[in-house]
Design a protein around this ligand. Structure first.
Ligand SMILES: C[S@@+](CC[C@H](N)C(=O)[O-])C[C@H]1O[C@@H](n2cnc3c(N)ncnc32)[C@H](O)[C@@H]1O
Length: 466
């Protein structure tokens, strides 16, 4: 680990970019002290004129020389040109693409410091709404064993052939739209990462690599799946992909068509499924298709489910509403503990899969699954939230403002809110607190180590309960 006082040059960043509010004279690059860390993981400093700078890959307490790559009226964006004084939290990134790749933004920060940052972000977002959190717990101790690498079980990689015939296979560059070639991605599960080089070779052997839009990799319960987005049918290449899938023992799914591709499974292996354990009740298995929502990190997802079950204290016969239910990641474990669960989800195909999953786990009598657009007021009303003992909700980043108002009216005894955006979480919880709830427990999950993405969980209880 690097120590304070070490001097280290840093790789160059993209060319200087000007916004419409760019100043006519570029500012002088100078020495700065990083004062704190912004929510997106960048270091925050002020220059000699008092203007705020957001500095990529700089940590609080470090002294740096920066280069500004985008100017705005009230702040500038910069990257580190030279590190003059480092802090002990700085570690060497495991990936050679770090800094260039649009994926990870925290590989330069030790895992414990990333966790402290996640807690600070959550605390700050709640403080904006005059809310104080109880001690923030941690979900995802497993990450420590792997130092926060080797966890990601799904990835979408772009494919492009330029006008000179050069093939690009990889991720988007940071803050840019173009792809760059990747040779490694250590946050992927080892089996998925091991496929990157053979996949590149395979793309180079195709008759028409230009006809491939993207490639998606998925690992579930030890089974890997390759999905190919094929912009137009190329029969010879379909056979090549079959041979590739055979050789690497992969499930193979292909979607053909430029606008709305029709997806087909091309191998005859078993259905894709993930197993979720329910403490004391054995496992439930969830079938899913490659396009379905899936929590990115299998080990942390298991701990997330454990947390939801433990905190909610769900018991036999209780009425539960599972909102934004996906294919039943929380629905089935809740039902396995004896609850009667109504699950609402926006995508019809996933609701079909949820019903199928309920039946194959012998839980169909306890689960009612419906398609519902939960941004619409009426969707929740028909599920009779006032009769629920417990509501579990896990919305997308936009949160659930309308729902929070409805839940505050319906007054279920307990609410477990799982969120991937602390800002919308805090906004919605403020509504619930004003509606008569108190925050009983809070946690951040190590769902996406090495990135500033955040997963949080809160337990709320009606004030007049216990
Ligand atoms: C964060 S995922 C959670 C899924 C599930 N709870 C899980 O753990 O796998 C959010 C889910 O909300 C669904 N969704 C997004 N917008 C929605 C809406 N307006 N109404 C209903 N469901 C929606 C998505 O299809 C997705 O399955």
């Amino acid at each position: 680990m690097a120590r304070l006082g070490t001097r280290r040059p840093v790789a160059e960043r993209p060319k200087r970019r000007r916004t419409s509010t760019a100043r006519s004279e570029p500012p002088q690059d100078g020495q700065l002290l990083i004062e704190r860390q912004a929510h997106d993981g960048r270091g925050v400093a002020r220059n000699a004129e008092g203007k705020t700078l957001f500095v990529e890959r700089a940590l609080p307490g470090e002294r740096v020389i920066v280069a500004v790559h985008a100017e705005h009226r009230r702040y500038d964006e910069a990257h580190v040109r030279e590190l003059l004084a480092l802090v002990p939290e700085r570690v060497t990134p495991a990936c050679t693409h770090f800094g260039q790749c649009g994926g990870c933004d925290l590989q330069h920060q030790a895992l414990d410091a990333q966790r402290a940052h996640r807690r600070a972000v959550l605390t700050e977002q709640f403080a904006h709404h005059d809310l104080i959190l109880p001690e923030i717990e941690l979900i995802g101790d497993d990450a420590r064993q792997s130092a926060g690498y080797g966890y990601r079980r799904r990835a979408r990689l772009g494919v492009r052939v330029d006008s000179d015939g050069a093939l690009y296979f990889g991720f988007r560059r940071r803050s840019q739209d173009n792809l760059f070639n990747i040779t490694q991605c250590p946050i992927l599960t080892p089996r998925l990462e091991a496929l990157l080089k053979p996949l590149r070779h395979q793309l180079e052997q195709l008759e028409a690599p230009r006809r491939v839009g993207h490639v998606e990799l998925l690992e579930l319960d030890g089974q890997c799946c390759l999905s190919i987005r094929q912009l137009r049918e190329v029969p010879g290449d379909i056979e090549r992909w079959r041979a590739f899938a055979d050789e690497h023992q992969l499930a193979l799914v292909m979607g053909i068509g430029r606008e709305q591709p029709v997806w087909h499974r091309l191998d005859d292996g078993p259905p894709l499924q993930q197993t979720v354990n329910v403490a004391g009740n054995g496992p439930v298995t969830l079938e899913l298709a490659p396009g379905d929502f899936l929590q990115a990190n299998a080990a942390v997802n298991q701990q997330l489910v454990n947390t939801v079950l433990e905190w909610s204290e769900v018991g036999p016969g209780e009425q539960v509403l599972d909102l934004f239910a996906g294919v039943g990641n929380f629905t089935l474990p809740l039902a396995a503990l004896g609850a009667r669960v109504t699950a609402l989800e926006g995508r019809a195909a996933m609701v079909d899969r949820l019903q199928h999953n309920a039946a194959r786990n012998g839980l169909a009598r306890q689960i009612t699954a419906r398609v519902a657009d939960l941004a619409e007021y009426a969707s929740l009303a028909v599920a009779e939230p006032d009769r629920a003992d417990l509501v579990v909700l896990d919305p997308p980043r936009s949160g659930a403002r309308t729902l929070a108002r409805q839940l505050a009216m319906a007054q279920p005894a307990r609410v477990v809110y799982i969120s991937c955006d602390p800002a919308t979480l805090a906004r919605d919880v403020r509504i619930l607190v004003e509606g008569g709830y108190r925050i009983e427990r809070a946690a951040v999950a190590d769902m996406f180590p090495q990135t500033s993405h955040q997963e949080s969980v809160l337990l709320l209880r009606r004030v007049d309960e216990r």
